[in-house]
Design a protein around this ligand. Structure first.
Ligand SMILES: Cc1cc2nc3c(=O)[nH]c(=O)nc-3n(C[C@H](O)[C@H](O)[C@H](O)COP(=O)(O)OP(=O)(O)OC[C@H]3O[C@@H](n4cnc5c(N)ncnc54)[C@H](O)[C@@H]3O)c2cc1C
Ligand SMILES: NC(=O)C1=CN([C@@H]2O[C@H](COP(=O)(O)OP(=O)(O)OC[C@H]3O[C@@H](n4cnc5c(N)ncnc54)[C@H](OP(=O)(O)O)[C@@H]3O)[C@@H](O)[C@H]2O)C=CC1
Length: 472
């Protein structure tokens, strides 16, 4: 058993933990930092590109934890797991009995996959979180003939897009795909693109539409108005079976259902999955891509407030309800009053932003300075790739929290771009930008500055007008 004493203690070697250490290296290199990480490999960020003040895209890599010692001269790394936190005496104990005394601590223990129920009874139900789980998935893919994918968020969408040579049954409880990130119109855009990979898009196909929400409207009925999008009550049926021409892969999407049970059977396919519509699907294995649970796998002398989502509630400075205990990344629940265009989604970007904020606040506590919340929490931004397209999500991109009183302006060119503006009182509240639209910086400014766009009418998305000129 060994004892350590440190000013700053960071737990977890994911993006949040590493960002916290990196930020402390800049702010307070002369002070001691200890990082407790269970793995010798940690996550870091490279190729950071800014598309605006708050819109950032970067790659995430794995690197040796020891490489962090090059950037922080006073960093000690303990390869172990946090077991207990004594917040009164400011001590933590690890699995192997090491005791660390700290002045301030940042907990960055991330999350674990939230699997469908009964998953613990069956080895053929997998969650995807880390390198090991991906390897297990790869092994299953090599031999599998049919898999069932449950969930409609980032992981399910990526798996459906990326896997080849295996039959896929995608079970979702919504009536359109990828609902965590997009709306029904964008879902149709992606499905058209999947179906018509070989057909070239022509600008003549561009459709521009404005829809004004009324109290009676819903998102699905909105799409009845769209010519190119052609969304109606039955819009998805024609896409329920998508086959590629070589027949090596088959995708079936089953909408508006959940899994009732998964049983192992002695038959050609070893799993029988029963769905809420009564259908039984036979497959080799199930991927449960059904979200994340914050990882709080240690005990406390007195527990801080924990939100209903299982995360440690933190204020705008990332401090939990216990003084000097901070938290960032997937383990944290953003419990402060959010800015009008920001909300929490468990993403790399937010893990990085929260951890950087935590480091600033911890440094301010130690040096008795004031700290302000970082500007990045003014606007939700997410840059990602879905079905091979660049996707930028800004602000209230799906009208989140806007009730029914908002308008949607859409411009879509099949297989090329899908642009959706969410407007309230003539002001931009959010946007979905799919494809190489080059509009992200302008949209960021329009949301942050809340410029009245009503004088521009639908021209704001007219492809023949360079809208950037309006705002020069
Ligand atoms: C398959 C997949 C794809 C994703 N793709 C994207 C994407 O394209 N874009 C995006 O923005 N986000 C993506 N995400 C989400 C993103 O990965 C997370 O939001 C982010 O990594 C969270 O970082 P974190 O540091 O909070 O947690 P983690 O990365 O989970 O790191 C937590 C660390 O803490 C360690 N730990 C846990 N308990 C203890 C303990 N008791 N003691 C010591 N160490 C402990 C863990 O071992 C781990 O190393 C993806 C997630 C998954 C699973
Ligand atoms: N490109 C990107 O940005 C990516 C981001 N990620 C991130 O990684 C994390 C994990 O991804 P993922 O697992 O896809 O999580 P997400 O939170 O993105 O999506 C979970 C999905 O599963 C659904 N779901 C939850 N419980 C059930 C259930 N019992 N039965 C059926 N469906 C269910 C949810 O539906 P409902 O919404 O109705 O609850 C939702 O559609 C997330 O934080 C995600 O943001 C992952 C991959 C790519």
């Amino acid at each position: 058993m060994s004892n350590f004493k440190t000013t700053y203690l960071v737990v977890g070697g994911g993006i949040a933990g590493v960002t916290c250490v990196e930020t402390l290296a800049i702010l307070h290199p002369e002070e001691s930092v200890i990082l407790i990480t269970a793995s010798s490999l940690v996550k870091n960020v490279s190729n950071v590109s800014f598309f605006g003040k708050t819109i950032v895209k970067f790659d995430v890599n794995e690197t040796e934890a020891t490489s962090l010692q090059r950037i922080h001269p006073n960093l000690t790394i303990i390869y172990d797991s946090l077991k207990h936190i004594d917040t009164v005496n400011k001590l933590v104990t690890t699995d192997q009995g090491t005791i660390v005394q700290y002045n301030v601590i940042c907990i960055c223990t991330g999350g674990i996959p939230k699997l469908i129920s009964n998953a613990n009874k069956c080895k053929r139900i997998l969650g995807i979180r880390d390198t090991e789980s991906v390897q297990e998935f790869q092994n299953k893919l090599k031999l599998g003939r049919r898999m069932l994918i449950v969930g409609n968020g980032g992981i399910a969408s990526e798996i459906v897009h990326a896997t080849r040579g295996i039959q896929k049954v995608w079970v979702i409880r919504d009536d359109y795909i990828s609902a965590t990130f997009i709306d029904p119109g964008a879902a149709e855009f992606f499905q058209d693109a999947i179906k018509n990979k070989s057909t070239k898009a022509s600008p003549a196909n561009t459709v521009l539409k404005r829809h004004i929400f009324t109290e009676e409207d819903t998102l699905v009925s909105l799409n009845k108005d769209l010519k190119s999008a052609a969304l109606g009550p039955d819009w998805y049926r024609k896409l329920e079976n998508i086959r590629n021409e070589t027949g090596e892969q088959e995708l079936e999407i089953i909408y508006k259902v959940e899994v009732v049970s998964v049983i192992e059977i002695d038959a050609e396919y070893p799993l029988e999955v029963e769905l809420t519509n009564g259908r039984k699907v036979h497959c080799d294995f199930v991927i449960s891509a059904t979200g994340v649970i914050p990882a709080i796998n240690y005990s406390w002398d007195s527990k801080p407030a924990i939100d209903l989502d299982g995360g440690l509630s933190v204020n705008e400075f990332q401090e939990t309800t216990i003084r000097d205990v901070f938290a960032a990344g997937d383990v944290a629940h953003a419990a402060w009053k959010h800015a009008a265009h920001w909300f929490q989604l468990r993403l790399w970007t937010q893990a990085r932003q929260m951890a950087s904020m935590a480091a600033k606040a911890m440094h301010a506590r130690i040096t008795h300075q004031e700290v302000l919340q970082d500007f990045c929490f003014e606007l939700f931004t997410h840059c990602t790739t879905l079905f091979g397209y660049r996707v930028v999500l800004l602000g209230k991109y799906n009208g989140q929290g806007l009730g029914n009183k908002y308008e949607i302006l859409l411009r879509t060119t099949p297989q090329l771009e899908y642009i959706k503006f969410v407007l309230q009182d003539g002001r931009l509240q959010g946007a979905i930008l799919i494809g190489e639209t080059d509009l992200e910086e302008m949209c960021e400014n329009l949301i942050l500055d809340q410029i009245d766009l009503s004088p521009f009418g639908d021209d704001i998305l007219n492809p023949d007008i360079d809208i950037d000129d309006y705002f020069d």
